[in-house]
Ligand binder design. Sequence first.
Ligand code: NI
Length: 390
Amino acid sequence: MPVINRIAADAPELTEIRRDLHAHPELGFEEHRTSAIVAEKLESWGIKVTRGIATTGVVGSLKVGNSDRAIGIRADMDALPMSEWNNFEHASKNPGKMHACGHDGHTTMLLGAAKYLAETKNFDGTIHFIFQPAEEGGGGGRVMVEEGLFDRFPCDFVFGLHNDGTLPVGTMTAVSGGVCAASDTFKITITGRGGHAAGPHRSIDPVVIGSHIVIALQSVVSRRVNPLDSAVLSITQFHAGSASNIIPETAWLNGTVRTLLPDVQDEMEPLMRQVIENTAAAHGAVAEFEYKRGYPPVVNSLEATERAAKAAAKIVGVEHVLRERRPGMGGEDFSYMAQKVPGCFVRVGQMHTSRENKGAHHPLYEFNDEILPLGASLWATLVEQELPRE
Ligand code: NI
């Protein structure tokens, strides 16, 4: 694969950076160590750094020549609140925190491109390296945009990437339109009447009613949403009770809804409310339903996608750039940036051949260091392509 030679030569250094970040994962808006490393490295390469956007976000700006064209490239820096099961040397040293989505790799790839571009300066224009906090639920991308990201650092286009363990190394995607789902969350509080477990007739059991609600909600997607549209409704938490002989007063259910189309997203809350409130009422309980809209869907602009595809083809060959692919139901807060500036979110295949592939958010997940030079080369190539010297 024609990765940029100079970046290939930096592969050992990039691997070292990535493994150091992996060993020291930090949660959203707490990426103090990570963002300090990012800022110091950018400065050491002569890149102008702005710190503290969205608390721990960092933007590195590199201007070469006189052109007023500018592009932004974004990487996420945060880890997940989970314990790592890997036992290699660079496994997480922070209990209960893990880079299980490869954001350590995304950050390192962008650093690799920044180093190369700062050294070679073979472009004319401005590149903003955007390192964002809190992709995993905190909406760091939204906060950066709200804090004036693109007013302070105007960009003609913005790009981002995610590693993808279902695609082989040497494969990239550049697909226009919707590529990631809207990601909403909800909380259900069922209030019954607590009492002795031996006298259920004197209680209203929120565990049984919660179970009915879990089952009843399954038919929202299967019976109420158009089968040609996509929706996911997952109940991920069910909390109630404190002892084997007590019927609890209250039960709490939490979960997530994923949709690809705005009108389907609009439908879900009222449909769910109908099922939840009426199922509870049918059993003499009261259910409170809170629905919170999360990340909007990521929609890739046609123009930005063509540009990303062209750069990707230079790295992996045109036959290894997927131009059509079903969207994923995962959420991604790159969406907030792509709503402001034409954007493209690409995926970079990272399938391991030497170990089992565990999906993102699995405690045995591992970023594949082989793809660090590929991602860094993609960004560097994209910059040289989009900001050409006259
Ligand atoms: Ni991720």
